[in-house]
Write a protein that binds this ligand. Structure first.
Ligand code: FAD
Length: 443
């Protein structure tokens, strides 16, 4: 029946199109842009079965929140929204580029996560927010919420590289992607490294609190290891906007010297003034660097979604959320929370930090519903960095945070760093990843 109707409608539509008929000639009402009706359309979801908590962003923070909100308060009706249909992990992706793990290790199903943990997954893009009416809008319609949590991650800020021309920015984004947000970027960089014909492969390390402090240095090691393995006559030019290696300093400098003295060229305090993607030239006030291929990592900022929804503090350099630093709610609205890499606290922008923080934020929201408060708990940062392959050898760091009342900011606390790499830590890093995916995707 449905088939018949669809075929008849399709035939009518095709006939009208072929004859060049106007809407009035076919009897239809004049075409209204789809978007005009969007704000009055409800998203196609089951009716809420309890207080509805909508989580925006199915990354490390959002996936953890969705699961633990439901676990800590089974009455909640939880909806997780992500614009992507498939989760591909950024953590451990450098090891995948160097063929130490398969893609299946990194790729996971949102549908499994939702089914296993009794929440709804909605594959849509968030475009607007009406806090007065407690409605979040997507391109497929709006959803009413009782509580809203935003965990949309980061965006790149090419302007802080001196790149303001949209054509240049587009060329950098597509020809020399950073590889710190999306799966396509990661796949492109893997293909570039594995197929490199030789010459200079440029990698950059941004200034500021960028996503995963250790990852650019780890990527340099993996790129050099790939060139060595495939006999590629290539150099990795690692240009750091910072005065020194940002984390695991001694370990990375030692690894560059021990394993890749003839491949990695590491330069510090590089103040980038311009990049010409067509001439493949990066300029500072003092030098020009030519390159044959590159993955250029610009400084980062909180996701532009926060700015669009008027939730960002535009006076901060990274335009992060205006939130209470202990309870994570938007200042002045205890029904809207922001966490993960879009947070304003200066914690490490890492997956483990987002995961541990999200469990705490889920508890904060459950307590708010009950009219209680819970004591602040530090997130935990845990990061493994591969420096050598076949066998994989890695270093590690685990750290917490404390609030320094005099400085009015957070600082590292109880840090445990192992800069002597080993195959044992390499395996521990893979086991960590498996444990995290199990936590986020299984019951
Ligand atoms: C190469 C690399 C290596 C790393 N290594 C490590 C590591 O070893 N250990 C570690 O702990 N961390 C590591 N990280 C960091 C880690 O990936 C991030 O810190 C983590 O992903 C942050 O989680 P998040 O949930 O805040 O953001 P994300 O994981 O980026 O998730 C944000 C989600 O929001 C969605 N979204 C955004 N806007 C919208 C919208 N408008 N509508 C719908 N959905 C939207 C996005 O699609 C995305 O899925 C690494 C990162 C990279 C790139």
């Amino acid at each position: 029946m449905t088939d018949t109707i669809n075929r008849r409608r399709f035939l009518q539509f095709s006939a009208a199109s072929v004859l060049g008929a106007t809407p009035s000639a076919t009897g239809a009402s004049p075409a209204t842009p789809f978007i005009a009706g969007l704000s009055s359309r409800q998203a196609p979801l089951p009716r809420a079965s309890g207080p509805r908590v909508v989580v925006v962003g199915g990354g490390w923070a959002g996936l953890t929140l969705a699961k633990y909100l439901k676990r800590f308060q089974p009455r909640f009706d939880v909806v997780l929204i992500d614009r992507h249909a498939l989760f591909v992990s950024c953590p451990l992706s450098n090891l995948w580029m160097a063929q130490q793990i398969p893609l299946e290790f990194l790729a996971h199903s949102y549908l499994d996560a939702a089914r296993n943990n009794d929440y709804l997954f909605f594959n849509a893009t968030v475009i607007d927010l009406d806090r007065g009416a407690r409605k979040i809008h997507t391109e497929q319609g709006y959803i009413h919420y009782d509580y809203l949590v935003l965990a949309p991650g980061i965006d790149y800020d090419y302007a802080r590289l001196g790149v303001d021309d949209p054509t240049d920015e587009y060329a950098l984004r597509t020809d020399y992607p950073a590889g710190f947000t999306g799966a396509s970027e990661l796949l492109t960089i893997k293909n570039k490294l594995q197929g490199f014909k030789g010459g200079t492969f440029l990698l950059t390390v941004p200034a500021g609190n960028y996503r995963c402090m250790a990852a650019p240095y780890e990527r340099a090691c993996m790129a050099a290891a790939i060139f060595r393995k495939h006999g590629i006559k290539g150099k990795v030019l690692l240009l750091d906007m910072n005065p020194d290696v940002r984390i695991k300093r001694d370990g990375f400098l030692n690894a560059f010297k021990t394993f890749y003295p003839d491949i990695i060229q590491y330069e510090t305090s590089v103040g980038i003034s311009a990049i010409d993607p067509r001439k493949r030239k990066l300029s500072t006030d003092f030098d020009d660097y030519d390159f044959d291929d590159a993955a250029i990592y610009p400084p980062v900022r909180a996701s532009r979604l926060l700015e669009r929804l008027a939730l960002a503090d535009m006076n901060t350099p990274q335009k992060e959320a205006r939130i209470d630093p202990f309870k994570y709610h938007l200042l002045g609205d205890e029904h809207v929370y922001i966490c993960g890499d879009a947070r304003s606290q200066p914690f490490s922008k890492s997956g483990n930090t987002a995961n541990s923080e999200a469990k705490y934020v889920a508890e904060v929201i459950v307590a708010h519903v009950d009219g209680r408060e819970i004591p602040w708990r530090s997130p935990q940062t845990m990061c493994f960095s591969g420096v050598h392959i076949d066998p994989l050898e890695a270093m590690s760091i685990i750290a917490f945070y404390r609030y320094d009342r005099r400085q009015k900011t957070f600082a590292f606390d109880r840090t445990h760093m192992v800069e002597k790499w080993s195959a044992r830590i390499g395996q521990a890093g893979l086991a960590w990843g498996e444990g995290m995916y199990r936590d986020m995707f299984y019951g």
